[in-house]
Design a protein around this ligand. Sequence first.
Ligand code: FES
Ligand code: FES
Length: 171
Amino acid sequence: MSHHQEPSGAPEVGIELDLNGSPRTMIVDPVQSLASAVRAEGLTGTKLGCETGDCGACAVLVDGVPMASCLLPAVRAGGRRVTTVEGLGTATELSPLQAAFMRHNASQCGYCIPGILVAASPLVDRDELTRDDVVSELTGNLCRCTGYESIVDAVLDAHQQVRSGRTGGAA
Ligand code: FES
Ligand code: FES
């Protein structure tokens, strides 16, 4: 069930998962997407764009891997570790990636940004990261405002920050 669709009428089911680091039980329609389910839990940072797996606005991490949550039935998230954009950092404690997006003014309308932050978050922990790596890893994330240059700059900057943190500033 996307947010546009009616419930299927099938009995709702309870799933247990790790949601942003805490155990959570969610009651979901068997056909409800994970995107719809986390938004119903108040985690509206996860955006719905195309709902066909093409735009990346709905990206969440499932066991650390970015996935299009519009296509993933919530029931399939049972027993898994799910991280939404809300789990990356907080307003008072931005993640290095979020802070870099602020420094680079990488957000214009902002609609694509939660999905991009989620999709890019595993990249900043890599040992090596090139501009081409970032571009190719983010091909599934569309930005209607076409702010790609500053987005890629921000991801590379965050990677540099995290790396220098790991090596005691010797980046
Ligand atoms: S809303 Fe999921 S990929 Fe576009
Ligand atoms: S900032 Fe507007 S869609 Fe990317």
